[in-house]
Design a protein around this ligand. Structure first.
Ligand code: ZN
Length: 279
């Protein structure tokens, strides 16, 4: 619930602490944020835009796909890495930057019984689900490219799964010694679909570029690759194309035609790196 994480939240305008007044959160400077009926709060600065958030339909399709367990090995690897990263620390905040429906954060919180989780995302449709994904999740609408609405050194652990990375803000929010766990696709991710459907492929240098971008802020602290085979029907393929790193760059009719050519079900490689970085 939101109450679980309120003490970690910061005003997006002035970075001061927020406290609850009835159905809103307020800072000492008088900035006020109404709590949504669906259990989340929007801490967007006034001039932020929400146009890049996912639609309700996209969110529903992704939630169904994840609930079906197709990406369970990724969630399990993440939970294992989280338990190893915070060994000894029984409480604290886990902040998921680009949390979507809260699927991965919920797995991690199950592995870390004393912690609470902040699901951060730009999509209110995703966060309506995240708010219900686990009893210890608080869901917050924010822009990953702005100062995050979390206090300095507030997080024991941060997660970033197929999502935007804001190195300076991740460093600011992590406590000294805290860990970022980052899941990104390898060049083999969805490779069977890349050719068949004309997707953008993940380039071989992606991991190196991530390391370079985070280098000024965090130190690499171990990584592993997780690779497994997906068996997908046509709707699953449509969903995985939409949710993955490979944006679809052809019109819907061409996609439908290309999908019709695929075997049913189609076997597809899922391949990601789970990398740890320490502040
Ligand atoms: Zn304020």
């Amino acid at each position: 619930m939101l109450q679980d994480i309120e003490r970690y939240l910061a005003c997006p305008h002035c970075a001061q602490a927020l406290t609850r007044h009835d159905r809103s959160l307020r800072c000492p400077a008088g900035h006020s944020f109404d709590l949504a009926k669906q259990g989340y709060v929007s801490l967007l600065a006034g001039d932020a835009h929400t146009g890049t958030g996912d639609t309700a339909e996209m969110v529903a399709a992704r939630a169904d796909f994840l609930a079906a367990g197709h990406y369970r090995p990724i969630a399990e690897a993440l939970a294992e890495a989280a338990a190893a990263a915070v060994a000894g620390a029984s409480d604290g905040l886990v902040a998921d930057l680009g949390a979507g429906t809260g699927h991965y954060l919920a797995h991690v919180l199950d592995a870390l019984p004393g912690t609470v989780g902040a699901a951060l995302d730009i999509s209110k449709f995703a966060l309506r689900r995240a708010a219900k994904a686990h009893p210890r999740i608080g869901a917050v609408v924010c822009d990953a490219w702005r100062p995050l609405p979390l206090r300095d050194a507030s997080a024991e652990l941060m997660l970033n799964v197929f999502a935007p990375r804001n190195g300076p803000e991740i460093r600011r929010v992590l406590r000294p010694g805290g860990t970022l766990l980052l899941v990104s696709p390898t060049a083999r991710h969805l490779r069977e679909l890349v050719g068949a459907l004309g997707l953008l492929s993940v380039d071989e240098e992606k991991q190196r570029r991530i390391d370079e971008k985070l280098g000024p802020y965090l130190e690499p602290a171990g990584r592993r690759e997780v690779e497994f085979t997906l068996r997908l029907g046509p709707q699953d393929v449509r969903t995985v194309v939409g949710m993955g790193p490979s944006a679809w760059h052809t019109d819907p009719e061409r996609l439908a035609a290309a999908l019709a050519e695929l075997p049913e079900p189609v076997e597809v490689t899922a391949s990601v790196t789970v990398a740890a970085y320490r502040r």
